[in-house]
Design a protein around this ligand. Structure first.
Ligand code: ZN
Length: 166
């Protein structure tokens, strides 16, 4: 999907795409695929992919010590993408993950077109979802500490733990 969006990616980078299921073991419903292009102690750039109808859970990027928290700009590249932010309930196209309406508090719907950008300040909650085409987007930000992100859903663990079936 990244290549279909016209983004040049090496074979080595393909092997480094991070597949994140947030510890929910329901990847195709709630999850995201991430290629980290750069992550220093000051800046980061990623390519993000959502599969068709996949949802990135509601989260925010908290302050960490002296760091005021991640400031993030996303830019939509390809597919169909909805973002949910603070504001009046305008939800029309999107849907709640079945049985999880209570862990998605934001209902202000922004329908993004390729080329649209949004910037989030630390602590500004957001969640996003692809439509039937899936979505490819860029994320540009200050340094990333994904392991410390806050999630509305208490069942989420950002660092995936792979366990053997018993
Ligand atoms: Zn975010």
């Amino acid at each position: 999907m990244m290549r279909q969006a016209g983004i040049y990616i090496t074979e080595e980078e393909i092997s480094k795409i991070e597949v994140v299921d947030f510890g929910l073991s329901s990847l195709e419903t709630e999850g995201i695929q991430v290629l980290n292009l750069v992550n220093t102690d000051r800046l980061a750039a990623k390519v993000l992919v959502l599969f068709p109808n996949q949802t990135e859970p509601e989260h925010w990027h908290p302050r960490v010590g002296d760091d005021p928290g991640k400031q993030e700009t996303i830019r939509h590249i390809r597919g169909d993408l909805r973002f949910y932010v603070d504001g009046p309930d305008t939800m029309e196209e999107g849907f709640f993950v079945p049985g999880k309406k209570d862990v998605y508090s934001l209902r202000n719907e922004l329908i993004l077109k390729p080329g649209d950008q949004l910037t989030f300040e630390p602590y500004e909650k957001h969640w996003f979802q692809a439509g039937p085409l899936g979505a490819v987007l860029y994320s540009f930000s200050t340094t990333v500490r994904d392991g410390l992100d806050g999630f509305t859903d208490p069942a989420i663990e950002r660092i995936t733990i792979v366990q053997d079936d018993k």
